[in-house]
Design a protein around this ligand. Structure first.
Ligand SMILES: [Mg+2]
Length: 261
């Protein structure tokens, strides 16, 4: 059975606007295994789930929804149960880490950086000192920036950079295109890369990471990457490259065809 991992922003919606064909696509895959993945670590899964529900995009309420904050917490918990951490980022990051680890300003195994409020002179000083004392630097995601309606906000990579410079450490990155977030999605569905199609709007994260793991990848040009843009020559090409979800259907050889009408 073909399973789907779905990026959300730029694939299903932009801001509060549902992207053409997204509701029909979600209805068509409602009975297939699917999970939502996002590099955005500042909000909780409940917040994203409520947005999907409100926009009529939550075809199966049981579908897993995994943020890079959740995948980070899961990864650190598996590596070191009961880990201590110092985190800089939004509510979604703190909530995810607090569920499995212990916050500490004094002694930390990990300094974890994600999107949202919190970076200032004091937090950089605190985190930088913990890193120089031996803590490991972790970034929820490598994004330089993220869209927020009409504005662009700093992404996890931009916020982790000052800590990298201060400590001389390169951050361990959890979100796309690194493997951990995809692996969390596949684990939640109980599927392998060969069974999985990643649907995303960014060649450098969604698509590159999925192809490297051996998944099929569907690029929709409804986000930052637009119809007519040249696909970057240094990135692995997707399996399918379409302007929007209305232009795609699952080949008949890969299970019952999807009907989006
Ligand atoms: Mg996206």
């Amino acid at each position: 059975m073909t399973a789907f991992l779905l990026d959300m922003d730029g694939v299903l919606y932009r801001g509060d606007r549902v992207i053409d064909g997204a509701r029909e696509f979600m209805a068509a895959i409602a009975d297939r295994p699917h999970a939502f993945l996002t590099n955005n670590s500042s909000l909780t899964p409940a917040t994203f789930r409520a947005r999907l529900q409100r926009l009529g995009l939550l075809a199966d309420p049981r579908a897993p929804l995994i943020t890079s904050a959740i995948a980070t917490a899961e990864h650190l918990h598996r590596a070191q149960p009961g880990f201590r951490y110092f985190a800089v980022g939004g509510h979604g990051l703190h909530a995810a880490l607090n569920a499995v680890g212990k916050p500490s300003d004094e002694q930390a195994d990990y300094v974890v950086i994600g999107e949202g409020d919190g970076l200032d002179y004091q937090s950089l000083t605190r985190g930088g000192n913990l890193l120089l004392a031996g803590a490991r630097l972790v970034a929820t995601n490598p994004d330089a920036n993220v869209d927020d309606g009409s504005r662009v906000l700093p992404g996890g990579g931009a916020l982790a950079a000052p800590f990298e410079v201060m400590s001389g450490q390169k951050a361990l990155v959890i979100g796309k295109p690194e493997p951990a977030l995809y692996e969390a999605g596949m684990r939640a569905l109980g599927v392998t890369p060969e069974e999985t199609i990643m649907v995303g709007d960014r060649p450098d994260t969604d698509i590159a990471g999925a192809v490297c793991l051996g998944m099929r990848a569907l690029l929709v040009r409804t986000g930052r990457f637009r119809p007519g843009d040249t696909y970057p020559a240094d990135l692995p090409p997707p399996t399918w490259d379409v302007n929007d979800l209305r232009d795609w259907s699952l080949p008949a050889s890969q299970g019952a065809p999807l009907t989006t009408t």
